[in-house]
Design a protein around this ligand. Structure first.
Ligand code: SF4
Length: 407
């Protein structure tokens, strides 16, 4: 399963880099990468840092516009360090996983206030010193921005390496992940580490894709054991994946799930079954009043500064127990609003609008939506949470989640 032949490693690097030079996608953060090594100066925000954080869990096509707006607004570490969390959340609104933006800004603050404005330049230091920078992001910044010969392992790299080396053990297990990091560090090109890492990820994103990989066009197919196995079965010189020579191999597919020839190369990688997302129900109330110019205004409140959707704004909401009757849900919401507005709210005054389903990565959330028109102003208890009235346009420009926009 390893890359133990230096000549093969050399050939694989050459083939992959030649393909990357020919076929790489034109992405905005790639234009700035070279400058990160010097010309843009240490005070500028490394482009790859922002793009990598945004690309975690989010598609390239979605990220481009957010990335461009972010870099325009905060081109330097200093500018980002001075931004408020509110501004960060507003720009991030709709991108999901909001703690990413917050941590990016906290890290910029740390660089400015504790590291004299100098970004750490090795993967080890980046991971150790900057909040929100994990092993992968640290490797990406160090190799792409600062030229350190260190590998990276993300979802795309996992898929490519597992196929190249017929790794069929659970690819999310720590033992397999550790081996993949070892492999990535062996493979990374010593003179063009940033390009090599991007090439490996690009291969996974555009050619060695999850469902229907384009093996015929693949620049490294001659090094790919999964492809060879698909074409030729098990020729004598290639060890069988069920019998790779070391008995109970920790990287082979489990004996209970052998190679399935109908799947071809997509036999790899394999993952243990995911836990189903947790179901949650939340009652949410759209409070509406007539604003000073006659246009309707809506009340939004700010969520706590930690946890899911930290610091974002939403319509007043209340998590519900799973098995409540509809009438009871309505009463609980009325009680909640009453405590907060300091005046009676009748449950029957709440108008049921409908249900909105939103899937977070690990939560299947159902919002049970009510509305409540109000006459005149209401006084809210500021001790409970910050709140404000907004017009529909202001609502859309605020730091609100995609789920709330659906509501
Ligand atoms: Fe992936 Fe196919 Fe290339 Fe192997 S030959 S790395 S399976 S695209």
């Amino acid at each position: 399963h390893l890359f133990s032949d230096p000549a093969e490693v050399e050939a694989l690097r050459g083939n992959l880099l030649a393909w990357y030079d020919r076929c790489k996608r034109d992405l905005p953060w790639r234009a700035l990468v070279r400058g990160d090594c010097g010309k843009r100066g240490p005070a500028l925000l490394p482009a790859v840092w922002v793009s990598e954080i945004m690309l975690q869990q989010t598609q390239v096509a979605t990220v481009i516009d957010y990335y461009n707006r972010w870099m325009q607004k905060w081109p330097t570490l200093q500018a980002l360090a001075q931004a408020s969390l509110e501004e960060v959340n507003e720009l991030w609104a709709g991108l999901g996983y909001y703690s990413r933006g917050k941590r990016l800004q906290e890290a910029a603050r740390k660089v400015v206030s504790e590291l004299a404005g100098q970004m750490p330049r090795t993967a080890e230091e980046l991971q150790k010193l900057l909040p929100g920078v994990g092993r992968y992001t640290a490797g990406a910044i160090a190799s792409i921005s600062y030229g350190q010969a260190t590998g990276v392992v993300d979802g795309n790299v996992i898929r490519v390496l597992c196929r190249l080396r017929c790794i069929g053990a659970d690819s999310s297990s720590p033992a397999v992940i550790d081996r993949l990091w070892d492999m990535a560090n062996v493979l990374v090109d010593r003179s063009r580490p940033g390009d090599f890492n991007q090439a490996l990820m690009e291969l996974g994103a555009t050619v060695c894709v999850p469902k229907a990989p384009l093996c015929g066009e693949c620049p490294v197919k001659q090094h790919c054991q999964a492809w060879r196995r698909k074409l030729f079965g098990n020729p004598p010189k290639v060890p069988d994946v069920e019998d790779c020579g070391v008995g109970d191999c920790p990287l082979c597919p489990p004996a209970t799930e052998p190679w399935d020839s109908s799947l071809g190369v997509t036999n790899f990688p394999r993952k243990a079954a995911k836990k189903p997302p947790r179901a949650m129900r939340t009652a949410t109330c759209v409070l509406q009043r007539r604003g000073c110019h006659g246009a309707p205004e809506y009340l939004i409140v700010q969520r706590p500064s930690s946890g899911l959707l930290a610091g974002l704004w939403e319509f007043p909401s209340l998590p519900l127990a799973q098995d409540l009757q509809e009438e009871r849900e309505r009463e609980e919401l009325a009680d909640h609003l009453q405590a907060w507005m300091g005046r009676p709210v009748a449950a029957k005054g709440l108008r049921f609008i409908g249900e909105v389903i939103h899937i977070f990565s690990h939560i299947h959330q159902t919002y049970v939506v009510y509305s409540l028109p109000l006459d005149g102003d209401v006084t809210l208890d500021p001790a409970l949470s910050p709140s404000r009235w907004v017009t529909e346009d202001e609502f859309h420009a605020s730091a609100v989640s995609t789920a709330m926009k659906k509501v």
